[in-house]
Design a protein around this ligand. Structure first.
Ligand code: SF4
Length: 334
């Protein structure tokens, strides 16, 4: 898949009729000022003038709400803004994210005619009971219907899932991942559920009716999901919530970490090394790990977690060697 850079524009879904327990849109609405047409243009131009990455395609990405659920006039306004940049070849197209039940033939046609190139669907869970408990206001079957409409066009399709939702468990989250794989998306995003202030989930959390996943358990589950998607040849383009002011301010509980993906990748390295060492005579030996410079922190682990574990569990002395030629990492017991 060719690398795509998003020019992110936040679109709030004012008047969203849904009431998902984890969502704070209703509170944001009225506080966060919507960007005007002019402000959006300025943002795009600022981005284009400072973006130096060559070889990557750019998309104007309308994130944050259910794009196809906002009033048609406003959707058309957002789509219109992008057209000049597309015609000049400065951006490839437009990316929108929306709910599966807000897609039909007419909507697909409108998006296609206006040069939308990527559609992301917020699936969140493939379990109807989990969707009901989280007041998603839709059934899992809506995803299949939406995907069938989308696949009649040459859109790139992204599916988003959440882990650790109210009423879910690891088995259900793994089932959701399998369902996503069955639908053959071009990419996925995985968001562990965190409890944000001013949400129904926050109230349930305070009442002890919702217990978020521990960071460690969430990382372990995410590593398993990552493995599943990678084995199916589906890139996971995001793992964990975006680090941003909003999350820092409002996040109150749950498996949030500003470098969540790094934690997951580091955990996978740890497991791979453990598998390689299990059953071997390791006591007192030197464990040499050769890796690319960009991987050193993942190999070492957050607060040297991996190194400490290997030392303690296998009695090895860990020696890390950086090698620019190395794409991944390799280990030797000396
Ligand atoms: S997450 Fe749910 S409540 Fe929030 S904007 Fe999307 S559909 Fe509406």
């Amino acid at each position: 898949m060719k690398r795509t850079i998003n020019i992110p524009i936040f679109v709030s879904h004012q008047g969203c009729p849904n009431d998902c327990v984890f969502c704070n849109q209703k509170r944001i609405t009225g506080i966060r000022n919507e960007e005007t047409e002019e402000q959006i243009r300025q943002k795009i131009e600022r981005f284009l003038s400072t973006c130096r990455t060559s070889g990557a395609e750019k998309e104007i990405a309308y994130f944050g709400g259910s794009f196809t659920g906002i009033e048609e006039e406003k959707q058309l306004m957002y789509l219109r803004i992008a057209q000049a940049y597309i015609q000049r070849g400065e951006v490839k197209g437009i990316r929108v994210s929306t709910r599966p039940d807000y897609m039909d033939q007419k909507i697909c046609e409108r998006l296609y005619r206006n040069h939308v190139t990527t559609i992301e669907l917020g699936v969140q869970s493939a379990d109807d009971e989990v969707l009901r408990m989280n007041r998603r206001g839709m059934k899992a079957s809506a995803v299949e219907t939406a995907v069938a409409y989308i696949r009649k066009y040459p859109f790139s399709l992204g599916l988003q899932m959440m882990t650790g939702m109210l009423g879910s468990d690891e088995e259900k989250d793994l089932f959701t991942a399998q369902e996503l794989i069955r639908l053959k998306p071009d990419f996925v995003r995985i968001y562990p559920t965190v409890v944000l202030r001013d949400t129904a989930l926050y109230d349930l959390y305070l009442q002890g009716k919702y217990v978020p996943m521990e960071l460690e358990d969430s990382v372990r589950l995410s590593a398993e999901l990552l493995e599943l998607f990678e084995s199916a040849g589906i890139p996971v383009i995001r793992l964990g919530l975006m680090a941003g002011e909003e999350v820092h301010e409002k996040e109150v509980a749950g498996p949030y970490h500003s470098a969540y993906r790094e934690l997951v990748e580091s955990y996978r390295i740890c497991r791979t090394v453990e598998h390689a060492l299990d059953g071997k005579q390791t006591m007192g030996k030197e464990l040499e790990i050769v890796c690319a410079p960009s991987m050193v922190s993942k190999v070492i682990g957050n607060r040297r977690k991996n190194v400490l574990l290997w030392q303690e569990k296998y009695g090895v002395r860990v020696h890390i060697v950086q090698d620019r030629e190395e794409q991944n990492f390799r280990i030797r017991l000396l």
